[in-house]
Ligand binder design. Structure first.
Ligand SMILES: NC(=O)c1ccc[n+]([C@@H]2O[C@H](COP(=O)([O-])OP(=O)(O)OC[C@H]3O[C@@H](n4cnc5c(N)ncnc54)[C@H](O)[C@@H]3O)[C@@H](O)[C@H]2O)c1
Length: 339
């Protein structure tokens, strides 16, 4: 199948592209390189016997005409839409930009699909759409009340998707939005990994402390109502996450508008993740006490039963040691990332 991967020069999109290529699909990456790494595309090319299986176009996913022309020219049959802006703090400072790219990008991509006759669509949504839910674990029907513009822009995008699917009843259009929890780790092959500038995710930040690239790691709040006082999150390995995309794509039926949580169902505290990094890397580093940050719920973890029941997906590589080991291998082998 010819699959368009938007945001394919980014962390998760590049891992999806690698998996899809391994499965024998042809992949077209569209990325405006705002935060993506052209080096990730080079690494993907290096894995291929047939270089024509992968194409890259530097373009903006918020432009529906360019997206429709691109889909037609390349015979795109399905879209995985990862492109977006992803920083919670930045979204508070630049809410219009987040709505323009995340919600507007969804509108443009669906418009392009309609013009080009593309009928399968998978969207990167997020646990941030749930905000601070009253119940744990979080199920797909847990009310969605985002507490920042990032989460709101993703929830709006989900709603645009639902309205579009409803308007296409009777056609072959089918879609799913996957709500990721905390994605971490690197492809076990070592070909690609996580490289964000700036880095805001916990696992690579702790690894930077282990590598001596940071003086220390700061824990924001040790007085939460959790067993060790630190926040609890659900960490899913990026390879497991992209496997879920491939499985959902195979399962889509005309008219579908599916929603799935993608997590392990197990919460780990910040303290437990720090301990895992110390254990796996064999490195010690200072840990400092910081104040709580506004808008950090004490506990967030998924109930992944729905995707397990309906699609058969389960997280296989998502033990914290495996996540840390693959991310550490990537970091130590690529100290300058894709530079
Ligand atoms: N990383 C996580 O833990 C996590 C959790 C929940 C949801 N998500 C979602 O998954 C998706 C991928 O996240 P990631 O961590 O790989 O982020 P990333 O920043 O590494 O990748 C996003 C990519 O999108 C590209 N992009 C941004 N705006 C664009 C535009 N207008 N047109 C074309 N390309 C554009 C960027 O250049 C970048 O390469 C995002 O939509 C994010 O919201 C990620």
């Amino acid at each position: 199948m010819q699959i368009l991967v938007t945001g394919g020069a980014g962390y998760i999109g590049s891992h999806a592209a690698l998996l899809l290529l391994e499965k024998g699909h042809r992949v077209l990456v569209v990325d405006n390189l705002f935060r993506g790494n052209p080096g990730a595309i080079d690494r993907l090319r290096g894995t291929l016997d047939d270089p024509d299986c992968l194409a890259f176009i530097e373009a903006d996913c918020t432009d529906p005409k360019t997206m429709a022309d691109t889909m037609r020219t390349h015979g795109v049959e399905a879209v995985m839409h990862f492109a977006g802006l992803t920083y919670v703090g930045e979204s508070v400072e630049q809410p219009l930009e987040y709505h323009r790219v995340n919600t507007g990008g969804m509108i443009a991509m669906l418009d392009a699909c309609a013009r080009a006759g593309v009928s399968r669509f998978i969207f990167s949504s997020t646990a941030a759409t749930y905000g601070e839910p009253a119940e744990q674990p979080i199920v797909e029907t847990t009310p969605q009340h985002p507490i920042n513009p990032y989460g709101a822009s993703k929830l709006h995008a989900e709603r645009v998707l639902s309205d579009f699917v409803a308007s296409q009843r009777g056609s072959s259009f089918a879609a799913a939005a996957l709500r990721y929890f905390n994605v971490a780790g690197a492809d076990p092959s070592g070909v690609i990994g996580e490289w964000h500038v700036p880095e805001t995710h916990l696992v690579p930040i702790i690894l930077q402390a282990a590598a001596g690239q940071r003086d220390a790691i700061t824990i924001f709040g040790e007085d939460y109502p959790t067993p060790d006082g630190t926040c609890i999150r659900d960490y899913v390995h990026v390879r497991d996450l992209v496997e879920a995309h491939a499985m959902v794509l195979d399962a889509l039926q005309p008219g579908d508008d599916r929603r799935y949580n993608i997590g392990t169902g197990k919460g780990l505290s910040v303290r437990e993740v720090i301990d895992a990094v110390k254990r796996v890397t064999g490195r010690d580093f200072p840990v400092r006490k910081g104040e709580r940050r506004a808008g950090d719920p004490p506990v967030l973890y998924a109930d992944p039963a729905k995707i397990n029941r309906e699609i058969g997906w389960t997280a296989r590589l998502s033990g914290i040691d495996e996540i840390v080991r693959t991310a550490w291998d990537w970091m130590t082998n690529n100290p300058e990332g894709y530079a």
